[in-house]
Design a binder for this molecule. Structure first.
Ligand SMILES: Nc1nc2c(c(=O)[nH]1)N=C([C@H](O)[C@H](O)COP(=O)(O)OP(=O)(O)OP(=O)(O)O)CN2
Length: 175
């Protein structure tokens, strides 16, 4: 059990739907997501610019902004399997099946696909899962885990990622 724990929260606005949901979450809707990363360290830096820190909060914010906010804020988070929704965004003149197949290749390679090359120029972030709070927490954990180790020079590790869909609903991924 590590003795030092730090937490950093960001908020983003994004749309989604849960196509498999039995009720209202099947509808396209938006959230102001709260996203909290918790990092732990056994010891603090004993020199350099992070002296007596586990990981500079500013470094953690940089990573969350460049790897989560930049990809998802003011975008639509769409499941790759949600073909009906994706097809609404296929660029004019493109074959939706071919367009989706290209997105699937990017998702398979990178874990997700960001594009604004869509019918309305809208930003979409395509993921290989239904964008529930739990699955997003796991995804963003996987996105942030290595950068946390790198930016802390190995001193800290990501131990939990929490996602608030509403002020009252939170999911945590803490493997
Ligand atoms: N375990 C999960 N359950 C639900 C999820 C989820 O991601 N994980 N998502 C939804 C919906 O997307 C919805 O946004 C939240 O549902 P709900 O609690 O019904 O929304 P409210 O508007 O009633 O929330 P309040 O905080 O009470 O305003 C559903 N379930």
């Amino acid at each position: 059990m590590s003795v030092f724990h730090i937490r950093r929260r960001i908020e983003i606005d994004a749309g989604h739907r849960i196509a498999t949901h039995g009720s209202k979450c099947r509808n396209l809707h938006g959230h102001r997501y709260g996203i909290e990363a918790e990092c732990a360290a056994d010891a603090l830096h004993d020199g350099g610019e992070q002296t007596d820190m586990a990981l500079d909060f500013a470094f953690l914010k940089d990573e969350m902004m460049s790897r989560i906010d930049a990809f998802c804020d003011h975008g639509l988070i769409v499941a790759l399997s949600d073909a009906a929704l994706l097809d609404l965004f296929a660029p004019n003149g493109a074959d939706p099946v071919v367009w989706r197949a290209r997105l699937a290749q990017t998702v398979a390679r990178d874990g997700a696909a960001l594009t604004s090359d869509t019918r309305l120029g809208s930003k979409i972030y395509v993921v290989p899962f239904h964008p529930t709070a739990e699955a997003l927490a796991r995804h963003w954990f996987e996105v942030l885990a290595a950068p946390v180790v790198e930016r802390s020079g190995g001193a800290a590790r990501l131990v939990a990622l929490r996602v608030w869909e509403t002020p009252n609903c939170m999911a945590e991924y803490a493997p």
